[in-house]
Write a protein that binds this ligand. Sequence first.
Ligand code: 0X9
Ligand code: ZN
Length: 429
Amino acid sequence: MRAWYLAAACLAACAHLLLLLPAAGQEARVSYQGAQLLRLAVLSEEDRRLVEALEGDGDVQIWSGLHQNGSEVDALALPGSAERVKELLESSNVTYSVVIEDLEDAIRSENPVPSEEEMQELEGRKGHRMTWYSYHRMAEVHGYLEYLAQTYPKLCSVQAIGTSGQGRPLKVLKISSGKPNSRAIWVDGGIHAREWISPAVVTYIINELVENYESHSDAVQAVDWYILPIVNPDGYEYTHTTNRLWRKNRRSNADSRCMGVDLNRNFGYKWGGKGSSRDPCTEIYAGQYGFSEPETSAISGFLTPKIGTVKAYVTFHSYGQYFLYPWGYDRVLPPDYKELDRVARKATQAMQAAGSYYTAGSSATTLYPASGGSDDWAKGVAKVKYAYTIELRDKGRYGFILPANYIIPTAKEGLAAIKIIAQEVARLK
Ligand code: 0X9
Ligand code: ZN
């Protein structure tokens, strides 16, 4: 009797503890409690070396700036290192400010997850669980694409163009008014797992083109759309369950210490050049060879037969508010860069009218050289006229942890850009 009572009491009391422990085979969630986002003024070569050493020792994670022109570097001082990093910066006369006091707090307030009750009510009312008030898991994004295909079968269809390393489908939504021989535009998001604003903006664009068709009928009539909201579903899910700041995909490497390939270094044009790494433990690991990863090879397999019809390739990333065109592999420009630049400027004007200022320019000169990017492959191999990488909001206040209430304002800017690109594609000779 007594033993039974103790067991029952423990079950009740310990249940919440058990919930915190990961289930068998599952990794524990990475906590960023005590991690601080610092903005550093890196003025000299010596300062730069200090920051690189801190990164090499695993004390900081660079978020932006170190390989760009200008002196501002955003670096996340990792849990347990923040106080020591700040002391070292002070003793080395590197000035800094604290942008995010505690990253775990920021993560906690980023995404107000609605209750299951609210979601069920939404599903009953709308037939899907998608909103632009919070960031959604892959299953909800994919469920939304299926809902559109079922609801608008004349306009929309869904196709899995391949599967990720862990077997998740790479779902593309095609939006087409059905005109034969139409030109096409490719749009993707979520190649980098932690850039949550990207799939959110891409699904917003989808929603506008389909559910708000009357407002954008020109864009839908003029071209066929192929839209892949989550290029890297394994990484994306991992940022939801385990490590909010994961960037790469989740395939095991030959060097089993470190997982994942940077998919935006794995495309097969100028693969393995500047701004990419052969070291699997870096964030910019290019993989064993160009298109070694299922996610990138699915995109090339899908688009290669469409060469000649795809006139624009737009890939959404974050953050920094940049509108970038090739080349990314080095500081050189394609022969028609003036036309790329003209459309970039027109699009950024529309984005500014919709809300925010974006800097237009070529990738390598505006940001930094980085080879093996999807945009360079689209331009260099798939012969896509307008290849753009759009780095969405913000400019560093929240960085990757952009609170969900910024989804709609940011998405309005993305939509404004996409509409200009569609207009220009329609005008092509
Ligand atoms: O480094 C990248 O892959 C992109 N920036 S991010 O902060 N989202 O990681 C920029 C890619 C620009 N395009 C090329 N370099 N090809
Ligand atoms: Zn990115």
